[in-house]
Design a protein around this ligand. Structure first.
Ligand code: HEC
Ligand code: HEC
Ligand code: HEC
Ligand code: HEC
Ligand code: HEC
Length: 193
């Protein structure tokens, strides 16, 4: 969260977000919406289109299965697929770069400059918290249980504040029949070193 607040504190980002919010909610409930507003991303990546095409979450976020951090895709991963899309590569159907959708022109720019896409994190806990995807996936939780329905969003947003109460509430709920496990899952050292 702290990193998001740092981003929100940068005046340019703050004001463009503020304007966007005012446009959407007509100035009402700013305080309520403030923490729900996704940060501006270098490319407006549409989750809805890609998830709608049946792409697996793990194809782009493979770490969620094996390690602590889920990871974000590189420009090469995007390009490996996008450069093969017929309308952009087939000489008969070819669409010149300047007529591509703007967000794809941005993608082409990162690829050409061989520059990593500086995605801005939205799902994040502070450094003093130990979160690991692996035991959660092993316990058969779905991505959606914590990240919401990504097939409905364009730019990723955090559906809930990932605070201590959120973690502990679920840990309690999942261990009603297992006091021993509960003790472990709600003890400070499990989540804080
Ligand atoms: C496995 C294939 C595949 C991968 C990987 C992929 N995309 Fe796509 N993407 C598509 C397809 C198919 C469409 C829909 C067709 C279109 O609009 O060209 C699409 C659409 C888009 C659009 C919307 C274009 C528009 O019409 O406005 C953007 C932006 C985009 N992708 C960016 C990305 C980025 C950034 C990545 C990497 C994080 C990525 N894509 C990874 C296949 C892929
Ligand atoms: C084609 C690649 C692709 C697929 C498929 C995909 N994502 Fe993503 N995801 C991205 C990119 C690129 C970002 C960074 C941009 C953003 O935050 O919107 C991202 C961001 C996220 C974030 C926020 C990460 C952060 O930095 O805080 C979450 C959570 C997430 N995705 C979950 C999912 C889930 C769950 C699915 C499956 C339902 C999924 N994604 C499918 C490419 C993908
Ligand atoms: C038990 C809740 C939970 C589940 C289930 C879960 N996540 Fe996460 N996810 C988190 C938390 C908490 C963070 C923030 C982690 C951090 O800051 O270290 C996160 C961060 C992320 C990120 C940001 C980038 C990164 O590397 O940390 C992505 C992408 C992501 N998750 C994708 C997924 C995908 C895909 C799945 C399903 C395979 C999934 N998550 C399942 C809670 C969850
Ligand atoms: C939606 C429910 C849910 C949420 C939310 C959730 N967890 Fe968990 N967590 C679980 C389950 C289920 C397990 C696996 C318990 C088991 O071993 O069977 C687990 C296991 C863990 C473990 C591994 C404990 C061990 O065995 O060593 C850690 C660490 C952990 N969670 C931290 C967190 C943190 C930090 C957060 C919040 C950022 C969080 N969890 C949010 C359900 C959740
Ligand atoms: C299941 C995981 C989990 C357990 C168990 C847990 N915490 Fe936390 N804790 C978090 C997360 C996530 C945050 C960061 C988000 C927040 O501040 O709510 C946090 C934040 C904190 C903070 C910093 C608050 C701040 O304002 O920055 C303190 C202090 C703290 N925890 C103490 C404890 C103590 C003491 C215990 C044992 C009684 C404990 N925690 C058990 C997940 C956990």
């Amino acid at each position: 969260m702290e990193r998001i607040f740092e981003v929100l504190k940068k005046p340019a980002v703050y004001y463009s977000l503020l304007i966007a919010v005012l446009a959407v909610v007509g100035g009402a409930a700013w305080a309520v919406y403030q923490t729900q507003i996704p940060p501006e991303q270098p490319i407006n990546f549409p989750h809805n289109i890609h998830v709608g095409l049946q792409m697996q979450c793990l194809y782009c976020h493979p770490g969620a299965w094996r390690q602590a951090s889920a990871g974000l895709p590189t420009q090469d991963k995007c390009w490996a697929c996008h450069q093969q899309l017929k309308k952009y590569s087939d000489p008969a159907a070819i669409v010149p770069l300047e007529e591509w959708p703007v967000e794809l022109q941005k993608l082409a720019g990162y690829v050409e400059r061989n520059e990593p896409i500086p995605w801005v994190p939205v799902a994040i806990v502070p450094d003093h918290v130990h979160f690991n995807h692996r035991p959660h996936i092993a316990a058969e939780l779905a991505c959606q249980d914590c990240h919401g329905d990504m097939s409905k969003v364009t730019v990723a947003e955090n559906p809930q504040t990932m605070n201590m109460g959120w973690c502990i509430t679920c840990h309690q709920k999942k261990t009603v029949d297992d006091p021993e496990k509960r003790e472990k899952l709600i003890s400070c050292e499990t989540c804080h070193y």
